[in-house]
Design a protein around this ligand. Structure first.
Ligand SMILES: *Cc1c(COP(=O)(O)O)cnc(C)c1O
Length: 389
């Protein structure tokens, strides 16, 4: 029997890192030790007090049954209290918060709840691939919003044609941004609220990196603290990056109650929520000692400074990021993202992520991920430096 994939699966764009994967094997077979600056997954462990809370909770048989799909009331309350402390934003834990099996899960299910075939979804390009792929799965049409260096990697809302905006159901945004490492300037979310209200577009802000910032006096905002935001949008939160919990699969969506209800309806029909012991650990992360966060920021800051030093000395062009654990750097004149990444891998064994893997407007850039200890990072940087670019 021939097992034929559905059209929606065939429509998934070609895996752009396949060439890098193939080359990686080839370079390793020459005996070269590979160092990856390509992975957006923290290398550090989850803080101890969070792990301890999971262990204790896992022993409680009350947690061994199906959880409630929307999340334990205590977990949703912890999220609401955290928003209040961190962003001075009030959320009703009963109607304005839903738990997610990682924010990726919620992002992937959102178009299913709100997009009809032929509807448009506005997606940042370059961007986290889940926005556009989940749009395709729901039968929607992706309209890319280019994130260009000349616009500080913000979408130009004025450049979206009115006929597209009228057909748009969702706008995905993500600040601090992956992959460009850009932060949001004051005033931009206000423009977004205005635009979304005018065209009746649900804003879905991916807030995965709001806690990974370097200036303790200037923490990144939540979209929901913008006046009018909860009328037009929701925000995706995640414990993955601030607490090194990518493997635990826990996050949330919060904001507009109607939108949260729609997403919740999809989820009740697909999954059965997060293991309650993990939700207990999530409560510990949000409500317990926050000291690990400032330590984490110091570590990423030191790595950022180290990497920025090297790439500036080598004459590369980039903005020093105020947040995230990425650098987004222009490839040398005349070299495509793929050519440059291939050359570095071949000559040094260091993996960089070619920018075109995040969308066509990522062409001409590469992403460096700082999720590597300082010894390995400095080894990688030294190799790039000695490659004589
Ligand atoms: C890492 C990341 C997430 C977090 O995903 P989880 O599913 O919560 O682990 C979401 N969005 C972006 C842009 C990311 O880089």
């Amino acid at each position: 029997m021939k097992i034929e994939q559905a059209e929606r699966l065939k429509a998934v764009p070609r895996y752009l890192f396949a060439e890098i994967d193939r080359m990686k094997g080839e370079v390793a077979s020459r005996g070269i030790d590979i160092i990856s600056l390509g992975i957006g997954d923290p290398d550090l462990p989850t803080p101890d007090h969070i792990v301890e809370r999971l262990i204790a909770a896992a022993r409680n048989p009350r947690h061994h049954q199906y959880p409630s799909y929307e999340g334990m009331p205590a977990f949703r309350e912890a999220i609401s209290n955290w928003y209040d402390r961190r962003f001075r934003t009030a959320l009703d834990p009963d109607t304005e918060v839903v738990s997610l099996i990682g924010s990726k899960e919620g992002i992937a299910h959102t178009p299913l709840a709100f997009v009809n075939p032929g509807d448009v979804v506005l997606c940042p390009d370059p961007g986290y691939p889940v926005y556009s792929i989940s749009t395709l799965f729901a039968g929607g049409e992706v309209h890319p919003m280019p994130l260009l260096a000349k616009n500080s990697f913000l979408p130009d809302l004025g450049a979206i044609p009115a006929r597209i905006a009228k057909k748009a159901k969702i706008m995905f945004l993500n600040y601090p941004n992956n992959p460009t490492a850009a932060s949001i300037p004051k005033g931009f979310f206000e423009e977004v609220v205005d635009f979304a209200g005018r065209y009746q577009i649900l804003v879905c802000h991916d807030a995965a990196y709001t806690e990974i910032y370097f200036d303790e006096n200037d923490p990144p905002p939540s979209f929901l603290q913008t006046p009018g935001a909860s009328e037009v949008g929701i925000e995706f939160g995640s414990l993955s990056k601030p607490f090194n919990m990518t493997g635990w699969r826990i996050g949330w969506a919060c904001g507009n109650a109607e939108a949260i209800k729609g997403l919740g309806k999809i989820k009740t029909n697909i999954d059965s929520g997060i293991f309650q012991a993990i939700q207990e650990a999530g409560i510990e992360a949000l409500s317990g000692d926050q000291a690990s966060l400032s330590g984490l920021r110091k570590i990423y800051r030191a790595r950022r400074d180290m990497a920025c030093d090297t790439f500036s000395r080598l004459g590369f062009s980039f903005q020093v990021p105020k947040a995230t654990f990425y650098l987004w750097i222009q490839t040398p004149e005349g070299q495509s993202s793929a050519q440059f990444a291939a050359r570095i891998l071949n000559e040094t064994g260091v993996i960089l992520t070619p920018g075109n893997g995040f969308g066509k407007y990522g062409e001409g850039f590469f992403r460096v991920s700082l999720t590597l200890g300082e010894n390995r990072l400095s080894e990688a940087l030294a190799r790039i430096e000695s490659a004589g670019l």
